[in-house]
Write a protein that binds this ligand. Structure first.
Ligand SMILES: NC(=O)c1ccc[n+]([C@@H]2O[C@H](COP(=O)([O-])OP(=O)(O)OC[C@H]3O[C@@H](n4cnc5c(N)ncnc54)[C@H](OP(=O)(O)O)[C@@H]3O)[C@@H](O)[C@H]2O)c1
Length: 266
């Protein structure tokens, strides 16, 4: 399936470029219908080999596209909206990936009649495995369906209330860093007990994929799956309990709340 529309990504940095690569991988849009902008254009020249359009001119990118994903830092975002507000209309959808700028803030710049989406993906969007939470305002049902469809092709996607966007940022967008840190720590343990780094990574990564897929498929609570591998007086429960004595769950929850407290002060 392909969407016969033009999509733009303004700000091809870490997350913007991951989105472009995910869109290319998903084949949801023809490459010639993808428009990408950043100031240091030489860093994305390679995209032209795939027939993607690149530019430093945000106005022309916005004029060309039907769906405009904006993935820049908050202060850059406000400037881009201010400079181009006359170009937006009811049929030109803004999808903001920008942290800490809510829908009301966006409407105060471009006007209340413009369809606005906020989407909070994570960097796994590059391989079409993002968790993306979306909120919206002033949109038609067909626009809502279309945006959900796009992000569902780039992983899993759900609609949430805009007021939960900061929480989504922590749990899914920062969350990928917390998950990666677990993987790194487990790898280091693996090296201590006999594996070289490459094999340790292979084993830990596949184990995490397996754990996640089990939960995705059976929808069981994680503790139920843990019960299946913890024999009374066994080796797994003794390791797990030692991790808890050292504050494993507590450290994770405190870390999440720390990030959340910080995002609320932005
Ligand atoms: N990183 C994540 O995992 C993630 C996840 C969810 C949301 N976010 C949010 O997404 C936004 C971008 O984050 P990031 O980590 O991708 O930052 P980043 O790597 O700094 O990317 C921002 C990009 O915007 C480009 N840019 C700046 N001014 C521009 C302009 N006037 N026109 C066009 N492009 C411009 C910059 O490239 P040039 O300097 O070449 O112009 C830069 O590559 C932030 O608001 C962040 O909170 C990030």
């Amino acid at each position: 399936m392909q969407i016969d529309k033009k999509i733009a990504v303004i700000g091809a940095g870490n997350i913007g470029l991951a989105i472009v690569e995910g869109i290319l991988m998903s084949k949801l849009f023809k490459p010639e219908n993808i428009y990408v902008s950043r100031r240091r254009i030489q860093l994305i020249k390679y995209l032209t080999k795939e027939k993607v359009n690149i530019s430093t001119d945000n106005s022309s990118v916005i004029s060309n596209a039907d769906i405009i994903i904006i993935a820049v830092k908050p202060h850059q975002f406000r400037k881009i909206l201010q400079n181009n507000k006359v170009l937006f209309n009811k049929n030109k959808i803004i999808v903001s990936i920008v942290t800490g700028v809510n829908i009301e803030n966006i409407q105060s710049i471009v006007g209340a009649n413009i369809p606005i989406f906020r989407a909070m993906p994570n960097t796994a969007i590059k391989v079409c495995e993002s968790m993306t939470c979306i909120s919206c305002s002033n949109v038609l049902q067909n626009q809502k369906d279309e945006i959900l469809q796009i992000f569902q092709h780039l992983g899993e996607a759900i609609y949430i209330q805009d007021e939960l966007m900061d929480s989504a940022t922590i749990l899914a967008s920062s969350g990928i860093a917390y998950a990666l840190r677990y993987i790194r720590a487990a790898m280091q343990g693996g090296i201590e007990i006999g594996f070289d780094s490459d094999r340790s990574q292979l084993i830990v990564v596949q184990t995490v994929i397996g754990a996640a897929k089990l939960l995705q498929s059976d929808k069981n609570h994680p503790e139920r799956e843990i019960d299946k591998v913890t024999t009374p007086r066994g080796i797994t429960i003794s390791g797990l309990n030692e991790m808890e004595h050292q504050g494993f769950s507590s450290a994770l929850i405190k870390g999440l709340i720390n990030s959340y407290t910080k995002i609320k002060k932005l």
